[in-house]
Unconditional design. Structure first.
Length: 331
């Protein structure tokens, strides 16, 4: 039988041993995506199956297209959670700030941190960071199978969704032979790719399509066409009827254009700037680009946050991207 994460296995077992006898809150990042939800659900269920009382807690609710994958897992918004007496672990959180201010203050001592973001600094007692993995769900699935922990059908489907979404439906370079091997095992435990795809990609709302229309109409090409930037201006959600979760995946349209190396989404809202980078090749290290704007992430996918007006922020963004391509020429 394959051992997927031999280098993490001892630390994982030690952390699980420390969690025994505790009540465990499994934390995920704000505005959760498929990998976050899938990882929270699966770890909560596996720990519960071991007799460790566990709940998933997030600052924000699960997006509509991900709620079906929670099943009967206890999944609580932070506003409804009483933290006293609970111990915390974090999944898919590149840094503790991503957990959210309230939960971060409630849980300054996190026991276990499982993640695949290259920018993760290791902020817990036990840090299981594997940046080469496609998703945190891949790491968890591999560790569960390495330890021979039972994986029920809901957990298997949740882990499959985490991997499928973070690999761009198995299109990104992080899609390895191991990814497919683990997904085959998850299917054996009840994961259903067809049902997952239907819930994820075949239930689009009219407001989301209107948001997409506005995003595509805003596209700008920079750096001799190697960068494509799409903008969501302040007020766009109200005018389209969309919500913030509907912006998930829009940046991929910018990256997918022929000749574009880096796609960017920039969103302005109430004096704040939020954005995403996506690149076709890891050589572009968009995680490092994102750190210039209070962000981080992966070599090919990263996010950032800033403040101020779009007209002032945009020239700084483009200057940073131009500098990036100049450095590539010199290297």
């Amino acid at each position: 039988m394959s051992v997927y994460y031999s280098e993490l296995l001892s630390n994982f077992r030690e952390a699980i041993g420390e969690l025994a006898g505790n009540r465990v809150a499994v934390l995920g990042h704000m505005r959760p995506d498929g990998d976050c939800i899938g990882s929270q659900v699966a770890l909560t269920r596996v720990l519960s199956g071991m007799g460790i009382e566990s709940v998933a807690v997030n600052r924000d609710p699960a997006p509509g297209n991900l709620r079906a994958f929670i099943g009967d897992t206890p999944f609580i918004k932070e506003s409804e959670f009483e933290p006293e007496g609970w111990t915390a672990v974090a999944v898919d959180c590149a840094d503790p700030v991503r957990i959210g201010r309230t939960l971060q203050a409630q849980f300054p001592d996190i026991i276990l941190n499982i993640d695949h973001h290259i920018s993760n600094p290791g902020y817990a007692r036990h840090n299981l960071i594997h940046a080469q993995s496609s998703a945190t769900a891949e790491i968890l699935a591999g560790l569960f199978y390495d330890c021979e922990f039972p994986v029920d059908a809901v957990s298997a489907q949740a882990l499959y969704v985490g991997i499928a979404t973070d690999t761009g439906q198995f299109r990104f370079q992080s899609t390895t032979q191991q990814v497919f091997e683990i997904c085959c095992r998850l299917m054996g435990d009840g994961a259903d790719p067809a049902t997952a795809a239907m819930d994820l990609y075949e239930q689009e709302s009219i407001p989301k399509l209107k948001l997409l229309e506005r995003f595509l109409a805003s596209l700008r090409f920079e750096c001799d066409g190697r960068v494509c930037v799409g903008i969501l201006e302040d007020g766009v959600y109200a005018s389209t009827g969309a919500n913030k979760e509907d912006s998930e995946g829009l940046v991929d349209y910018a990256r997918s254009i022929e000749g574009v190396d880096i796609g960017v989404l920039v969103e302005e809202h109430n004096g704040a700037i939020k954005g995403s980078f996506r690149s076709k090749e890891p050589i572009h290290r968009v995680d490092l680009l994102a750190t210039q704007f209070n962000g981080g992430g992966h070599a090919c996918a990263a996010g950032f946050n800033s403040f101020g007006k779009l007209q002032r922020f945009y020239p700084k963004l483009i200057a940073s991207l131009r500098e990036h391509f100049e450095k590539l020429k010199e290297s």
